[in-house]
Design a binder for this molecule. Structure first.
Ligand SMILES: Nc1nc2c(ncn2[C@@H]2O[C@H](COP(=O)(O)OP(=O)(O)O)[C@@H](O)[C@H]2O)c(=O)[nH]1
Ligand SMILES: [Mg+2]
Length: 303
């Protein structure tokens, strides 16, 4: 372990039917100098003997409360007290060699460090996944003002202060978005490091359906952390029918010499309100950024 690293840490591995991949993951942890006592496996009631495999290798396994990945992470944080937590999948996709790098950033004063999958093994991520992840990350950047290149990454590290504040209200695979959204919008220091990513062993659980669910949950997260933006962003949608009506009325007047009074009024009203909403949405984003900067400074002063 490097000198200015977080020393009191737990590596949390949520698993659901990973009997094939988990032994490789655990072996690699040991090879990379992670003591067994620092690892906690959270099982989602697997039926393929995952628990047995891990226990026979001398690792600690607990059963999660409820269902889904989010509840597994919540269970882990509530069960084990550590200064820092590192999360990774049990499917042998995330190399253990990145754990010291993540912990080092926490030791240097970051609160949440995301492993961004930059070096991706051929065939490890499908085209749809990459597109969806890019879109979700961009969406996240607009909503929360932080540049996160890989919002769906399952390898990240956080200190207990951040995790203690997260509500874990968003189920399943939205847990990462919720943690990052909370950290980013309440002044915690978030950063990313480049990591590598391998092809999964065993069957994947995340599908296109989950992508839409995560996008919807991001809107719900916006409602929680920046409601003014959401309201005005929806209001700005009035620009679409407004502009359409304006164009139509103008066209009819110029080329057919017909004047539509009611349509003209409606068009002007809609586009006016839409523009106003758009401006207010920008202002609310700006104010939110300002609030985050203030909170960051205050957290610095507290420490
Ligand atoms: N405890 C628990 N682990 C889960 C659950 N769903 C998925 N996992 C684990 O969470 C990790 C990520 O799931 P995975 O299918 O690899 O999703 P992906 O990496 O996003 O494609 C894997 O280690 C899964 O075994 C669950 O409901 N409970
Ligand atoms: Mg995975």
């Amino acid at each position: 372990m490097r000198s200015n690293s977080c020393r009191d840490y737990t590596v949390v591995i949520p698993v659901l039917n990973e009997a094939e991949a988990l032994p490789l993951v655990l072996k690699e942890l040991t090879e990379n100098g992670v003591p067994k006592e620092n690892v906690l496996i959270v099982d989602g009631h697997s039926v393929d003997g995952t628990r047995k495999v891990a226990e026979s290798m001398g690792f600690k396994v607990i059963l999660q409360e409820g269902t889904g990945k989010a509840m597994a992470i919540k269970t882990a944080v509530e069960t084990v007290e550590s200064d820092c937590y590192v999360f990774m999948d049990g499917d042998y996709t995330y190399p253990a060699k990145h754990i010291p790098e993540l912990l080092e950033k926490l030791g240097q004063g970051r609160d949440l460090v995301i492993g961004s999958r930059v070096y991706v093994e051929k065939g490890a991520q499908g085209f749809l996944f990459r597109l969806g992840n890019k879109a979700l990350s961009m969406f996240f950047k607009i909503l929360f003002g932080v540049q996160v290149s890989d919002i769906l990454s399952g390898m990240y590290a956080a200190n207990k202060k951040v995790l203690g504040e997260v509500n874990f209200e968003f189920k399943g695979f939205s847990v990462e978005s919720e943690i990052v959204a909370h950290a980013a919008s309440t002044g915690f220091r978030v950063c990313e490091i480049p990591i590598s990513y391998r092809k999964r062993i065993g069957r994947k659980k995340l599908g296109v359906r989950h992508g839409f669910k995560i996008a919807l949950d991001m809107v719900r997260l916006t409602w929680r952390y920046n409601p003014a933006f959401l309201i005005f962003a929806v209001g700005a949608l009035m620009l679409i029918p407004g502009a359409y009506l304006d164009a139509y009325v103008l066209y009819r007047w110029l080329f057919h010499d017909v004047v539509h009074h009611v349509k003209a009024l409606a068009g002007i009203a809609l586009s006016g309100l839409g523009l106003l909403s758009l401006m207010l949405a920008f202002i609310s984003l700006y104010l939110k950024r300002f609030e985050i900067r203030v909170m960051k400074t205050m957290r610095g002063i507290e420490e």
